[in-house]
Design a binder for this molecule. Structure first.
Ligand SMILES: [Zn+2]
Length: 289
């Protein structure tokens, strides 16, 4: 069953757990997430990034998830991740995404709020939910070598609590991504989450809160963040690492390079499911269905 974010995150908020949200780039990643979630009785939150959704890929990926959702007994949400172009968001909604993230975090406050409000108005008319970002989660996106080293001082880009109330008055979003010290990609040094800042935000905001850059963040810090109001944690690099490690091991171990692809992906599947299952159990989204 394909659903939007609301029901999933409100239950997570009420019962103080978080749902891991996994960016998927292909069928193997989708299958690993859905199989793990079904085995663990966890809601499944799938994310798609623009780089994997160009041209026909947008409809093909949306169609693939929609078709898959008819073969699993768990609720599944497919959210467009980090979209900055409103036209592209509209295309994704028309293609069948059940949730979208508008990322105006690099824009001035007023412009971010105004554009997010426009997305909310459009998306809600289709029953599609919207996540926005306030503050800015640093950049070291996988696949983008040029931005793998962030020069931003995280302290300068943390979410400012006073802005949250004003933002939500303008843009009535369904979930809000906050910057409290995590980064996208692979960390150069262990992050230290600002739980004090998170508490300042939850004291004035009742929207489900989202943590980006979950990969590589120590479990105890994420558990602390969940206790203090985080309901969705985005994961990409950890699963990509498992996928690629499995492929590397398998390809290095075979002599016949024309080996059947189903066999080549075998180890990747096992490693990805291990990572995904670990996140589900750590965040407490297992046994919720
Ligand atoms: Zn992110």
């Amino acid at each position: 069953m394909l659903v939007n974010l609301t029901e999933m995150l409100l239950d997570a908020q009420k019962n103080k757990y978080a749902i891991p949200a996994f960016d998927i780039s292909n069928y193997e990643m989708m299958k690993a997430v859905l199989d793990s979630c079904e085995a663990e009785k966890s809601p499944a939150l799938l994310l798609g990034l623009g780089v994997d959704l160009s041209q026909k890929n947008l409809s093909l990926m949306a169609g693939m998830v929609k078709m898959a959702s008819e073969h699993y007994s768990i609720p599944i949400c497919f959210q467009l991740d980090h979209a900055t172009d409103i036209e592209f968001i509209k295309q994704a909604i028309n293609a069948g995404f059940s949730s979208v993230m508008f990322d105006g975090s690099k824009l001035p406050f007023d412009e971010n709020a105004k554009k997010t409000a426009e997305v909310v108005k459009f998306a809600h008319s289709y029953g599609v939910t919207v996540e926005a970002e306030l503050g800015h989660v640093g950049n070291a996106m996988v696949g983008d070598e040029s931005s793998s080293i962030s020069n931003e001082d995280p302290e300068n880009t943390l979410t400012v609590p006073e802005e949250v109330t004003k933002f939500i008055e303008i843009a009535d979003v369904d979930a809000l991504a906050v910057a409290i010290g995590t980064s996208h990609g692979v960390y150069k040094k262990t992050p230290s989450l600002r739980i004090d800042r998170l508490n300042d935000i939850t004291a004035i905001c009742n929207k489900p809160l989202v943590l980006h850059g979950g990969s590589g963040t120590p479990n105890d810090q994420m558990i602390d963040a969940i206790k203090n109001g985080i309901t969705k944690i985005n994961i990409f690099s950890d699963v990509v690492e498992a996928l690629n490690t499995g492929l590397k091991n398998k390809l290095n171990s075979i002599t016949n390079i024309a080996t059947w692809p189903a066999y080549v992906f075998e180890e990747s599947r096992v490693l990805m499911r291990k990572v995904i299952t670990n996140k589900i159990r750590t965040f407490g989204s297992n046994n919720r269905i």
